[in-house]
Design a protein around this ligand. Structure first.
Ligand code: PMP
Ligand code: GLU
Length: 376
């Protein structure tokens, strides 16, 4: 038989998904495993959202939709962006995708050529590099300060002649850091000076604790070069629905639409009606979940610090990022084997020597996990 694709063979599997799969297998075997591996709200989708989807199914919303998504939803997203995110978006600058992940991939396919390079700010979420490579481009890494996880002047030296795009993710998965206005201004200045595109992944925008979320596209000169990515998975506990979206300047959006037309056509029609209800319905469910994540954060971060661990800022999202001695891959393996606690090694995010613990699980699980970690 002839060999398979070298491009795909060179791409690592998703560490977040692989480790969570391993934890699920252990649970099926009857092992009492605590999974702090995958970043997934443990809440059910609010009922008014599932009801809207069920109603749509009963109404017969089971047909193909326009390739950028149902017009009611693209228009609701454009309004949401204009109302909440400090820049204006028209309905024709919105594409609804199969999760934010799909939007990131399409953005990279739409913008990048094989000679281009994407700059990642480490620690960076696991799928950015594979998406860039799937799009045929290469990746350059720049380490953020391991104390503040903010951007400083050193970012300038990371821009090479082939750098065409920066991926910015605030609040950050895995560090939990929220970029402040100075960091965002620095990024914006560098992008305008060097004519760079940006993917601004804002999927955790609703999960911030005593900090302000600022959309990069709201800064001067940025809307025309920024693809803002967001979705419903985290804010509305809708991971399995696979609905995300992007806002991009029309020429980029048109390129993304072509990728979508030839691959997925569009996300599931009736699921988009659920997403519409999420945006148009009551928002107190978002705040209730945010407060519960905050309560868990306020438990787990001090608990880990009391055990002697150094932790990253944890100002947003639902991850504790923890420094460990030695090989993080080996530590993660030993935690899984010896105390049955599943976590994701920092190597998966470009920063060896760290572990990511998702606190999107019950307080009871978190307390039990801390007891087990204390035994090591
Ligand atoms: N970006 C980040 C930073 C994430 O953590 C995730 C993980 N869910 C995604 C994008 C993808 O989310 P979705 O479920 O909408 O594809
Ligand atoms: N984004 C979540 C995580 O980082 C979900 C898994 C994934 O899509 O990678 O764990």
């Amino acid at each position: 038989m002839r060999g398979l694709s070298e491009k795909i063979a060179a791409i690592a599997p998703s560490a977040t998904i692989e480790i969570s799969n391993a934890a699920k297998r252990m649970a099926q075997e009857g092992i009492d495993v605590i999974s702090l591996s995958i970043g997934e709200p443990d809440f059910d989708t609010p009922e008014h959202i599932t009801d809207a989807c069920i109603d749509a199914l009963h109404r017969g919303e089971t047909h193909y939709a326009p390739s950028t998504g149902i017009p009611l939803l693209t228009s609701a997203i454009a309004e949401k962006i204009t109302r909440e995110n400090g820049f204006s978006a028209g309905q024709d600058e919105v594409i609804v995708t199969c999760g934010a992940k799909n939007a990131i991939y399409e953005a990279m396919e739409a913008v990048l050529n094989p000679a281009d390079e994407v700059l990642l700010l480490d620690p960076a979420w696991v799928s950015y590099e594979p998406c860039a490579r799937l799009a045929g481009a290469s990746v350059r890494h720049h380490a953020l300060s391991a104390e503040t996880f903010q951007v400083d002047d050193s970012l300038l030296s990371a821009i090479g002649p082939r750098t065409k795009m920066i991926v910015v993710n605030s609040p950050s998965n895995p560090s939990g850091a929220v970029l402040d206005r100075d960091s965002l201004r620095l990024i914006a200045d560098i992008c305008t000076d060097h004519d760079l595109y940006v993917v601004s992944d804002e999927i955790y925008e609703k999960l911030v604790y005593a900090k302000e979320h600022v959309s990069l596209a709201s800064l001067d000169g940025m809307a025309e070069r920024t693809i803002t990515v967001n979705g419903f998975s985290k804010a509305y506990a809708m991971t399995g629905w696979r609905i995300g979206y992007a806002i991009a300047p029309r020429p980029i959006l048109r390129q993304m639409e072509k990728v979508q037309q030839h691959t997925i056509s569009h996300p599931t029609t009736f699921a988009m009606f659920g997403a519409l209800a999420a945006l148009e319905g009551p928002q107190d469910c978002v705040e209730t979940m945010r407060r519960e994540f905050e309560r868990r954060r306020d438990y787990i971060i001090p608990a880990l610090r009391d055990l002697g661990y150094v932790t990253a800022p944890a100002d947003g999202a639902f991850y504790a990022y923890v420094q460990v001695d030695g090989d993080d891959m080996a530590v993660a393996r030993s935690w899984l084997r010896d105390i049955h606690v599943a976590v994701t090694p920092g190597t998966a995010f470009g920063t060896p020597g760290w572990l990511r613990l998702s606190y999107a699980t019950s307080m009871e699980n978190l307390k039990e996990a801390v007891e087990r970690i204390a035994r090591i």
